[in-house]
Design a protein around this ligand. Structure first.
Ligand SMILES: Cc1ncc(COP(=O)(O)O)c(C=O)c1O
Length: 386
C-alpha cells in the first residue's frame, strides 16, 4: 500500500515552494502568494462575531443560507442583465476552490475533456484529475495581450470536450478577455453539448472604466455557464473560505450532494458576514482597488525600466507576469537565483503550465515600500547577471 496515483499526480505548487523557501530566510521580500495584504474590513469581522455570539454555531443547509444567496443574486443582476433564482441557481461553497471542484464533480464523467487556457491557475488541472477528466491546454500568448484566440480554442475541440474554463481577469497573467472575444467564444460553444466555467474571482479588481462582462450574460449562455466567484479577493477574506457558483438549475441542484459528503457547509457567521460585505462594503473594496491600481502602476513601470525585463500592462487581478526571456535563464533558474542573490521571492512562470516558461509572476498585493525595494533588487540582479 502506498499513496494513490491521484496523490502522486498532484505536485506541490511552485507558489508554495517559493513561499516556504522565503519563510526560512531573513529579510526576504516575498511576493509569492496571491492574497490581499489588507486585513478584512472590521465591519465584516464585527458581523461574524455578532452571529457567533448569538449562538450560530450549528450546521447550515448544505447549499448555503438564503440571505447570502439573495445578496449574490442582487449583485449579479446588473452583470447578467437578469436576476437568477437564489434557491435554484446559487450554491455557497468553501471558497471558489470548492465551487470549481463541485462544478466538475457533478458534470464530468471519466474521459471527458476540460479545456483550460494556459498559463493557468494550477488547481484546474488537478481538479480535472480528481474527476478522472482530461485537461486539454489552450495556449494564451503575451503578444495577443494574454487573451485566448478563438481559433485556438476551436482547434482543440473534440467530441469529448465537455468544459471550457475561462479566467478573466486572469491569475497569473493579469489579462482580461474582451467583450468581442467573449462573444465569439459564446458563439462557438452555444450549440455544443458542453459547459463554460467562468472564473470571475477578480471581476471587481479591474483597472478600466468599461463595465465587467460575464460570458453568462450573452444570449443562450444562461444554461451553458457556471459562474464562479469568491469573497477572498474583493473583500480581502481569503482565510474565511467563502465562495459561490451561479449556474443552471440542473447543475446547482446536484452540488449539495458532493459538498455534503466533503465539507457539509460554510459556517453560518461567515455566510452572514459575506452577505453583509456584498450589501454594504463597496467603499472598502473601492479603496483597496485604488491601492492595487497605484501598486500596479509602480511595478509595471518599474519592471519596464529594467534592461532585459518587460511586461504588458495588467488589466485586472494583482499580478504582474513579466517576460525574462532576454536573461537567458529558465524561469526556475531566475526565481531561485533571485531568491539566493537578492532575497526576493517570486514565482517561476512554469508553475502555471509550460506556457509560463520565460515569465515570472509578481504579486503586487503588498505595501509600496516592499514593491519599490523589489524593483531595486530586480534591477541589481539583472545588472549582475547579464
Ligand atoms: C483564478 C482563481 N480562481 C480561484 C481561486 C480560489 O479562490 P478561493 O480563495 O475563493 O478558494 C483563486 C485563488 O487564488 C484564483 O486565483
Amino acid at each position: 500500500m502506498g499513496p494513490s496515483q491521484l496523490a502522486q499526480s498532484i505536485k506541490k505548487a511552485k507558489i508554495r515552494v517559493m513561499y516556504d523557501l522565503a519563510r526560512e530566510m531573513d529579510d526576504v521580500i516575498s511576493l509569492t502568494v496571491g492574497e490581499p495584504d489588507f486585513q478584512t474590513p472590521q465591519r465584516i469581522i464585527d458581523v461574524s462575531n455578532h452571529y457567533f455570539n448569538e449562538g450560530l454555531t450549528k450546521y447550515t443547509p448544505n447549499s448555503g443560507l438564503d440571505v447570502l444567496k439573495e445578496a449574490i443574486a442582487d449583485t449579479y443582476e446588473p452583470i447578467l442583465g437578469r436576476r437568477v433564482n437564489p434557491k435554484e441557481n446559487v450554491m455557497i461553497t468553501v471558497g471558489a476552490q470548492e465551487a470549481l471542484l463541485v462544478t466538475m464533480q457533478v458534470t464530468l464523467n471519466p474521459g471527458d475533456e476540460v479545456m483550460i487556457c494556459t498559463p493557468h491557475y494550477p488547481s484546474y488541472i488537478y481538479q480535472a484529475y480528481i474527476c478522472h477528466a482530461n485537461p486539454v491546454l489552450v495556449e494564451v500568448k503575451e503578444e495577443n495581450g494574454w487573451m485566448p484566440l478563438v481559433s485556438d480554442i476551436k482547434a482543440k475541440m473534440t467530441d469529448k470536450t465537455k468544459m471550457l474554463i475561462l479566467t478573466s481577469p486572469c491569475n497569473p497573467t493579469g489579462g482580461e478577455i474582451d467583450r468581442a472575444t467573449l462573444e465569439e467564444i459564446a458563439e462557438l460553444v452555444r450549440d455544443k453539448d458542453m459547459l463554460v466555467i467562468s472564473d470571475e474571482c477578480y471581476n471587481t479588481i479591474r483597472y478600466s472604466d468599461t463595465p465587467f462582462t460575464s460570458i453568462a450574460s450573452f444570449e443562450g449562455m444562461k444554461d451553458k455557464t457556471v459562474v464562479i466567484n469568491s469573497f477572498s479577493k474583493a473583500f480581502a477574506m481569503p482565510g474565511w473560505r467563502v465562495g459561490y457558483a451561479i449556474g443552471p438549475a440542473w447543475v446547482i441542484e446536484q452540488m449539495p450532494k458532493t459538498h455534503d459528503v466533503t465539507v457539509s457547509c460554510v459556517p453560518a457567521p461567515f455566510q452572514y458576514a459575506a452577505a453583509f460585505a456584498l450589501k454594504n462594503c463597496d467603499a472598502e473594496a473601492a479603496e483597496m482597488l485604488a491601492s492595487y491600481q497605484r501598486r500596479r502602476d509602480l511595478v509595471f513601470q518599474g519592471i519596464n525600466n529594467i534592461d532585459g525585463l518587460s511586461a504588458i500592462e495588467p488589466k485586472g487581478a494583482f499580478y504582474l507576469f513579466f517576460n525574462i526571456k532576454e536573461s537567458g535563464m529558465t524561469s526556475e533558474e531566475f526565481a531561485f537565483s533571485l531568491l539566493k542573490q537578492e532575497k526576493l521571492a517570486l514565482v517561476p512562470g512554469d508553475g502555471f503550465g509550460e506556457a509560463g516558461e520565460g515569465y515570472i509572476r509578481l504579486t503586487y498585493a503588498a505595501d509600496e515600500d516592499s514593491l519599490k525595494k523589489a524593483i531595486e533588487r530586480l534591477d541589481r540582479f539583472m545588472k549582475n547577471n547579464r
